[in-house]
Each structure stands twice: as structure tokens, then as C-alpha cells.
Design a protein around this ligand. Structure first.
Ligand code: SF4
Length: 416
């Protein structure tokens, strides 16, 4: 009997690079921990699509509360912490990254304690960009009040149809405007050459990340959404450093090998799906197994694509940062989003779309204003909507979702 016939379908083909990923992430947290304990380097907190390059260029270690929120979700602990944030006046209906993170902080718990941290690293400054949502400003403001440290931000307009020169200029001006405060905390002067260098590294890391994601165009795909949601760690937290660049070279080499030898992420790929919306962090692994059992690979997602800032250009670091961070899917109008999705569905040979309507993240739930119907009319590609949440498991019915997903894939099989 061949290996293929004896293979358990839910036994996912693990990426060899997982070890390098662990080392890269461990080293990142070790740098943060050392800075937090010795206060030898300043620590900036930054939103996940905020101006990380500027902060790295000024010598900060950079901590990302959303990464911490995702860790709380993946650790299946968010529902333990959310009620504490609710008791402090934060609605259970707002971002569950925010409520689980603030709740955990108020309970003095963090998954980082397993890595030897006594608590999350104390910020010297908090920096945000509202390109993704307004919630990030409220979230970081809680910590600014608590730690009595400065907070600065970039306010990007939402639902952008065209990236007009006025928008780019306004965002670029705001980058310039926050520099004096950031310099004051950093204790050093902004250095244009150093900024160009970090923007260049960020660009290179993003291009490699894009190449990683594009490998899923191959049939069968060597990588799926569940792998990517984990392997995106370095592009989120180390964008603008050589660590991210080095890691994605390793991952890309492995995926190229997989493509050349026809190794697929899902053992018997028959169906190719697009995932729209946030991951369901507390069910990531059970969903990965479910889709593998259904011979289905989630080949592309809005979420993982969101960290492709390949417009960054060291020759014009301010304007290109403004462009890259305002071009982001989440900050665009529905008409632009529809065009982007239509293109991705073609490029990745997608047969169906799953919209995860995430209860506490309206901005990442794109099925609330008819986009799913319009896209279906344009493409004829069927879709399924599932209700859940990124972190709060109380908003998700696993049984209902499994039945809905199985039925959806059955219907796709019937169309073949
Ligand atoms: S985009 Fe959604 S998940 Fe992310 S911080 Fe904003 S509300 Fe939370």
C-alpha cells in the first residue's frame, strides 16, 4: 500500500521551516525581554499596520498588542479575560483582541510569562495608525493612561476609493509630525539614511512574504491559510528588520521545493477556497484538520495578504509609507475591495469563498453591506457565511459551522 493511501487525511503536512519560525520568534521575544528587564533599549508599542519602520529606525524594540491578542486567542484563553475588561467598562461587542488583552493585563497574566517575562513589556511610547480601525487608538490610550507615557498616531481616512495625492500628502505629513515626540522618547535624532534602510528591509520582507503567499497559486497548493496565519508572525512584528527577510528566504525555499516535488499542504487537494475575514484563532487547528479531511485547501485570504506593503520604497520613504499603508485592503472602499477580490479569485483558481463574520471586528467582516452578493453576481463563485469571532469563542457555534462547511463543500463537489 502506498504512503498516500495509508496517510490520515487530517494529518497535516507540516512545514519544515516551523523550527526556523520558532527560533526567529523566540529571538524577537528575547530581544524584547532583555530590553524590558535592563531598560537598555526603549520599547515602542505599535499597531500591526502602524509605522514599525520608523520605530525600528530609531532603535526601539517594537511590541505589537495585536500579536499578543492573537496569542491569547490561539491559547484559548480570551473568554477568561474578556469579562474583566467588560467589568472595566469595555463593551463585549468591541474588538475582542482589545478586551482579551486589557482583561489579561488587569489580571496580570500573559502567555509571555511562559517565556520568562514577568508581564508584558512596559512601553516608553505608544504609536498607532487608524488605517485598520479606530479601536486601536482607544486600545493604546488605555495603556498610555495606565503607564503615563506619550501616545502619538496617524489618522488615515477610511473607505478610500482613490488614493489621491491629498491623502498621501496628509498621511506623509502626519509621519513627519510624530517624529519630534518619537525622537524625544528615543533619545536620538531621526536619521534619514537609517529610515531608508528600514523601509528597504520592510519592502524586501514584504516582497518575500508576497512570494510565499503566491506559491499557493500552484495546483496543488504547497501552503494553506492555516500555515500562513502562523508563519506571518515575522512580517507582522519584524517588518523593517533583516530577521523577517532572513526567515522568509528560508520559507520560500521550502515552498519552492514543495512546488517542484508536488507536495501539497492538504494531502488530496480537490477544492480551493478563499477565506475572507479574521482567523478563528481558538479553532485554527481543528479547522485546518476539518478542511484537510474535506480535501479542501484555503489557498488565499484577505488577512494574510494584508501584510504585503510592497509599495514601500527607500528612495521615497515618507510618501511610499503613506501610499503602502493607505492602500491596505481594510482601508479601501467596497468597490476597490470587490476588484481586489475578483482578481485574487482568478489568480488562485478559487472555487468558493468563506466569509467569516467576526462579531467584534466589523472592519474585517466584509459581508455586512452586500459585497458577497455583488461579488457572486460578478464571478458566479459560490460563498458561505459563518458567524464567529476572532478571539471570543462564545460567539462561535462549532457544530453549526462544521455542518455548514461540510454542506458547502458537498455542494462544490456536486458542481464538478
Ligand atoms: S481591525 Fe478588528 S481585530 Fe484588528 S484591532 Fe481593529 S477591531 Fe480589532
Amino acid at each position: 500500500m502506498s504512503d498516500k493511501l495509508t496517510q490520515d487525511k487530517t494529518e497535516l503536512v507540516k512545514l519544515r521551516s516551523a523550527g526556523d519560525l520558532r527560533n526567529t520568534m523566540d529571538a524577537y521575544f528575547a530581544r524584547l525581554k532583555e530590553a524590558a528587564e535592563t531598560r537598555s533599549r526603549k520599547i515602542a508599542w505599535c499597531t500591526s499596520v502602524g509605522p514599525a519602520e520608523l520605530l525600528y529606525s530609531l532603535g526601539f524594540e517594537v511590541y505589537f498588542p495585536e500579536n499578543h491578542g492573537a496569542m491569547l486567542g490561539a491559547g484559548k484563553n480570551a473568554d477568561k479575560y474578556i469579562p474583566t475588561a467588560v467589568a472595566h467598562g469595555y463593551s463585549p461587542d468591541i474588538c475582542s483582541y482589545l478586551t482579551s488583552d486589557i482583561g489579561a493585563f488587569l489580571q496580570n497574566e500573559t502567555p509571555l510569562q511562559k517565556s520568562g517575562f514577568s508581564s508584558i513589556p512596559r512601553p516608553d511610547i505608544l504609536v498607532y495608525n487608524t488605517n485598520q480601525c479606530k479601536e486601536v487608538e482607544d486600545w493604546l490610550s488605555f495603556y498610555a493612561r495606565h503607564f503615563q507615557v506619550p501616545i502619538v498616531g496617524i489618522h488615515t481616512p477610511l473607505c478610500i476609493p482613490d488614493l489621491s495625492p491629498e491623502i498621501i500628502r496628509s498621511v506623509s505629513d502626519q509621519y513627519h509630525r510624530i517624529i519630534p515626540e518619537v525622537e524625544k522618547v528615543a533619545g536620538r535624532k531621526f536619521d534619514m539614511d537609517r529610515f531608508r534602510e528600514t523601509v528597504g528591509l520592510s519592502h524586501d520582507g514584504c516582497v518575500l512574504w508576497r512570494h510565499v503567499l503566491e506559491k499557493a497559486r500552484h495546483i496543488p497548493s504547497p501552503v494553506n491559510f492555516f500555515d500562513s496565519a502562523i508563519h506571518m508572525g515575522p512580517i507582522v512584528v519584524m517588518r523593517g528588520t533583516r530577521y523577517a527577510v532572513d526567515y522568509y528566504k528560508i520559507l520560500l525555499t521550502e515552498l519552492e521545493e514543495r512546488v517542484n516535488t508536488n507536495i501539497s499542504a492538504v494531502p488530496d487537494e480537490r477544492f480551493r477556497i478563499y477565506w475572507e475575514g479574521m482567523p478563528i484563532w481558538y479553532r485554527l487547528s481543528s479547522l485546518a484538520k476539518l478542511f484537510a479531511k474535506l480535501d479542501t485547501c484555503i489557498v488565499a485570504s484577505t488577512y494574510c495578504n494584508s501584510w504585503v506593503f510592497d509599495d514601500l520604497d527607500p528612495a521615497d520613504p515618507f510618501e511610499s509609507s503613506a501610499l503602502a499603508y493607505s492602500k491596505l485592503f481594510i482601508v479601501r472602499s467596497d468597490t476597490v475591495k470587490e476588484k481586489i477580490l475578483e482578481q485574487l479569485l482568478k489568480e488562485f483558481t478559487v472555487q468558493g469563498i468563506i466569509y467569516h463574520d467576526s462579531k467584534t471586528c466589523a472592519r474585517n467582516s466584509n459581508n455586512r453591506f452586500g459585497l458577497q452578493n455583488r461579488l457572486f453576481k460578478q464571478t458566479g463563485i459560490p460563498y458561505l457565511e459563518i458567524n464567529g469571532d476572532l478571539n471570543d469563542p462564545r460567539c462561535y457555534s462549532e457544530e453549526q459551522s462544521i455542518i455548514a462547511i461540510e454542506t458547502f463543500i458537498d455542494q462544490l463537489a456536486g458542481k464538478m
